[in-house]
Design a protein around this ligand. Structure first.
Ligand code: CMP
Length: 139
């Protein structure tokens, strides 16, 4: 089915000027960037976004990293977009990421791993709504 997923190009990637390189990999995979903006997340936004990881030992580090610089938030659309983008991103830990994936090409560590993508339709909807109004998404 035609799906939408939420993507973040993380601070380690924007710092290295990789927005265009990552977008090229997204588009080459057949995903369409139907919304996009560059923002500096507030601590509150990052804590809300990652609330599911609140009890994890890396939560503080994760939030600090996500607010350490600009990010590019995006909505990607395509057939099976959620699973497809997770394939394009590669494994969370770049050491386990397959050749040809964004994280294999660009990620620096499990924390500084260049991109985020939604893991399910329900989370995609919640994540998209946190950053985009309906009229900012143009399919
Ligand atoms: P993401 O898909 O954005 O969702 C949760 C993030 O937590 C994940 O990507 C990783 O970047 C991050 N993460 C997972 N494990 C660790 C870890 N051990 N240390 C720091 N960050 C982590």
């Amino acid at each position: 089915a035609l799906e939408r997923t939420f993507s973040i190009i993380k601070p380690d990637a924007t710092a290295r000027n990789l927005t265009g390189a990552i977008n090229a990999m997204i588009e080459a995979a057949g995903l369409r960037i139907v919304a996009q903006k560059r923002v500096k997340m507030t601590r509150e936004q990052a804590e809300t976004f990652y609330a599911v990881h609140k009890e994890r030992p890396f939560f503080g580090e994760l939030v600090d990293f996500m607010i350490s610089g600009p990010v590019v938030v995006q909505v990607l659309e395509g057939e099976g977009a959620i699973a497809k983008y997770r394939e394009v991103m590669g494994a969370t830990n770049p050491e386990n990421a397959a050749e040809g994936t964004i994280r294999k090409a660009h990620a620096q560590s499990v924390g500084e791993n260049s991109v985020h993508g939604s893991d399910a339709p329900e989370t995609a909807a919640v994540e998209i709504a946190q950053f985009f109004a309906g009229n900012e998404i143009v399919g």
